[in-house]
Write a protein that binds this ligand. Structure first.
Ligand code: MRU
Length: 374
């Protein structure tokens, strides 16, 4: 199977004729798939204001750690555009003040995926390098930087796929949780990229997708995406995974990540930890697939990873239907942390880290910054 062209998760749309990056910056729009409507509708929304980008991230129209980072990078351009309205070029002081404001604002959209802060820092560092240039030139460079973050993710995911597929035998059955596919990245995915690469290598794999309560990213997104790419996918409720492992129907678990601490403890969608515990109990290898931008080496271990708490209504009235009594207490953390000792290996663009520990991670990414992102 050759990877088919999927609908673009998000992109910077420019008019047909654009005279260079500054023109593309001024006249471009961030467009992204509204993932809350999938699989029933494939619809793009346009983000014209920084508030639209913030909402799109907060409401999970765009979600998945790398895709959040890419959206935020383009979001910086969206937030700076008003300064250039009507052909004006703002004074540099105003430009840099607005850059600080936009990046600080977008950073408040979701707390767990470190790719968001990594991308915002990278945009700020790009602008800081160009302090001597005109505001228009810095603006053009920022759009180029956002595009570079986007393009790099395509490449990184394919490299993750190439390393990860070697871990899967022919005809194996794998379990995944949430959606770490093209919808969660530039276009190929981390965990799902491993499956696409295995399929491209003729390994004829079968995937079990956890539906992923409460927002059903597995059912709505992973099942949809894998089917589009002709992969044999079976949807299960999260609670069924343990039984499948006991029945020896799962050869490996591969999931994505939102933030990986220095010692390898990994935050990912709520329910990942349960899958890892079950995998350990049944001696099933458990892999995380993630690029370097998901590592946060400033955090010693996973206890320091901020975990997003979401609206109780997502559980009480998920998808508009009441399924719990009014007034009932609800606890709704969006992520959990899987301790490093439950992780067989972390599949990165540079290779597989195994065993997972602080030394091995540092050896794989010696240049990775160790100061806090946010
Ligand atoms: O709340 P979400 O849908 O943004 O959660 C996404 C996940 O947990 C993914 O597994 C993770 O971001 C990896 S995406 C390559």
């Amino acid at each position: 199977m050759v990877f088919q062209k999927a609908p673009e998760t998000l992109f910077w749309q420019t008019p047909a004729r654009c005279a260079g990056s500054f023109d593309a910056f001024c006249r471009g729009r961030l467009k992204l798939i509204d993932q809350t409507l999938l699989p029933a509708r494939l619809k793009y929304i346009e983000c014209r204001r920084q508030e639209d980008v913030w909402d799109a991230i907060k409401k999970l129209c765009v979600r998945g750690a790398p895709a959040i980072g890419i959206a935020a990078a383009y979001g910086v351009c969206v937030g700076l555009q008003p300064l250039f309205a009507g052909g004006k070029v703002p004074p540099k002081k105003l430009f840099y003040r607005q850059l600080e404001k936009v990046t600080a604002y977008l950073a408040t959209s979701r707390p767990t995926a470190v790719n968001l802060f990594w991308a915002l820092d990278r945009m700020k560092e790009c602008a800081a390098r160009l302090k001597e240039e005109k505001a228009a030139d810095v603006a053009a460079a920022l759009l180029d930087e956002a595009r570079a973050i986007h393009e790099e993710d395509r490449v990184l995911c394919r490299r993750i796929g190439a390393h990860g597929q070697k871990l899967l035998k022919k005809n194996s059955s794998v379990l995944t949780h949430c959606n770490a596919g093209g919808l969660a990245t530039a276009d190929y995915g981390t965990a799902l990229g491993v499956f696409y690469a295995a399929q491209e290598a003729g390994k004829n794999i079968r995937v079990y997708a956890d539906e992923t309560r409460p927002l059903l990213q597995g059912a709505r997104l992973t099942a949809w995406e894998l089917r589009q790419h002709g992969i044999d996918v079976t949807l299960i409720c999260d609670s069924m995974a343990a039984m499948l492992m006991r029945q020896k129907k799962i050869d490996a678990v591969v999931v994505g990540a939102d933030r990986i601490a220095a010692n390898g403890d990994t935050a990912n969608k709520i329910g990942t930890y349960s899958a890892a515990v079950c995998a350990k109990a049944h001696r099933v290898p458990f892999y995380i697939a993630a690029p370097f931008s998901t590592f946060d080496l400033s955090l010693k271990d996973g206890s320091l990873i901020p975990i997003e708490q979401r609206d109780p209504e997502e559980i009480r009235r998920g998808f508009g239907r009441q399924t719990a009594p009014d007034g009932i207490k609800i606890y709704n953390p969006a992520f959990d942390v899987t301790p490093a000792e439950l992780i067989t290996g972390i599949i990165t663009e540079e290779g597989v880290i195994s065993p997972v520990n602080t030394r091995a991670i540092r050896r794989m990414f010696p240049q990775c910054r160790t100061t806090p992102r946010r």
